[in-house]
Write a protein that binds this ligand. Structure first.
Ligand code: AMP
Ligand code: GLY
Length: 422
């Protein structure tokens, strides 16, 4: 296997997990990040180029002569980073801007699902402030109001309060010209990440994120408070239906476009009591924190899988996963998901557990390292503690053992990650 240099774009926990996965890959020789974070700086060279600076990333990739660019977050993909890298003939893991519109515009994704017959909730577009009262009658509460913008999972209101639904529709119409009102889907959520190119696709082990801030799935929506994989709610039969009813038609569509989709299609599912999967959302990238629990399950070379996808030859390689279980628990700053209090010192984050097949360590996200090597908080989600073990229970024990020893004033984490699977 040839060894390559790789540039990873982004600065979250997901990108730390990508860098960790690549650092364990025999196919990878050198690692760079733009801009990276305190965690990636331990394994890669960070460069002060913001992820959204498309031309800056393109010229950095040239200067470093990397063989592959892996794009973590959605914003640079929507802004056309993959399109520009294609023009420069630099392989990129992450779809072109049109493919990224599956995430960039919820309306676009809904219309495509309708066209392809992919199962999802009913929806209505509302532009006229006069019609909002009436449109609420078309749906049963709880009402789901979505703004058609990139909002990191926070542009969505799910509420049984008529007044709150009306308010969010009004403010959405005022700022964007329209909002989506969606049928509320009930059941259990799961994420299926699918890496794909025109030659084929591979469904990664299903995972489950915990989007609500508080235990028992209560409190406001967040970017994700913890995750685990594999998620047993995605039974073999749910997985087979997801493949047939969602992944196959999406892949058929995406491989046949003028420019094929080369990257990850994140399928956010709602699985009802009868085991029917419906799409809640698509994303054009690996999930955060789903990446932190999925990448450690790669048994075959992670870098090779990303490179094969970026060059349109995924069907030429075997992608294999281990039989382990992975959990990750997010440590959030005081105030998150509202305005987070940051710049506080963090201690105990560098604890590691390594006993036989059991491992535990931190993925860093909203944290920066001073010149003295000390870590302090810089964002809402500060870090997540990842455990890997032969069972989910053991993996969670490791995550909680480490997170309980971490000191960050005012911080909070969910105590019940994985509860649905235990
Ligand atoms: P989205 O940004 O579309 O993923 O929505 C964020 C979160 O809101 C999802 O992960 C769900 O928990 C919830 N949500 C979104 N749409 C629906 C829906 N139609 N029915 C029920 N819950 C939803
Ligand atoms: N964990 C949710 C997301 O990455 O969108």
């Amino acid at each position: 296997m040839e060894s390559m240099d790789v540039l990873v774009v982004g600065n979250g926990g997901r990108e730390h997990a990508i860098v960790m996965g690549l650092s364990r890959s025999q196919s990878v020789a050198g690692l760079h990040c733009a801009p990276g974070n305190a965690g990636t700086s331990l394994l890669a060279t960070n460069h002060e180029v913001p992820a959204t600076d498309v031309e800056g990333v393109v010229s950095l990739a040239h200067d470093l002569e990397v063989s592959l660019v892996v794009v973590g977050p959605e914003a640079p993909l929507v802004a056309g980073l993959a399109d520009r890298l294609k023009e420069e003939r630099i392989p990129c893991f992450g779809p072109h801007s049109e493919g990224a519109m599956l995430e960039g515009s919820k309306l676009h994704a809904k219309l495509l699902m309708d066209e392809l017959g992919v199962p999802t909730g009913k929806f209505q577009v509302i532009r006229d402030k006069q019609s909002i009262e009436k449109s609420l009658e078309n749906f049963q509460p709880p009402w789901v109001v979505k703004r058609d913008v990139l909002a990191g999972g926070k542009g969505v209101t799910v509420t049984t309060s008529r007044q709150e639904a009306l308010n969010s529709m009004l403010s959405g119409i005022e700022s964007d010209g329209f909002v989506l009102l969606e049928e509320h889907l009930s059941g259990e959520e799961a994420s299926v990440l699918v890496i794909m190119d025109e030659s084929g696709y591979v469904m990664l082990p299903p995972s489950q994120d915990h989007k609500r801030a508080l235990d028992g799935d209560s409190g406001p929506n967040t970017g994700g408070m913890g995750a685990y994989a594999p998620a047993p709610i995605v039974t073999p039969s749910v997985l087979a239906r997801t493949r047939e009813e969602i992944v196959e038609p999406m892949h058929h569509h995406l491989r046949n476009g003028p420019t094929p989709y080369r990257g990850c299609l994140y399928v956010g599912l709602m699985i009802d009591e009868g085991g029917s999967p419906k799409v809640v959302e698509f994303n054009a990238r690996l999930g955060d924190p789903e990446a932190q629990v999925t990448i450690p399950l790669f048994h075959s070379d992670f870098g090779e899988a990303l490179m094969a996808t970026a060059s349109g030859r995924l069907n030429e390689i075997d992608v294999e996963f281990s039989q382990m279980h992975v959990s990750t628990v997010v440590l959030a700053s005081e105030g998150y998901p509202g305005s987070a209090i940051i710049a506080r010192p963090i201690e105990g984050w560098d604890a590691r557990i390594e006993e036989g097949q059991v491992m535990g360590f931190c993925h860093l996200s909203g944290a920066i390292m001073g010149e003295d090597g000390r870590l302090s908080s810089s964002g809402g989600r500060v870090l997540s503690v990842t455990g890997i073990a032969p069972s989910l229970g053991q993996a969670l024990d490791v995550s909680y053992q480490i997170i309980e020893g971490i000191k960050l004033e005012g911080s909070h984490f969910r105590k019940d990650i994985g509860f649905r699977a235990l």
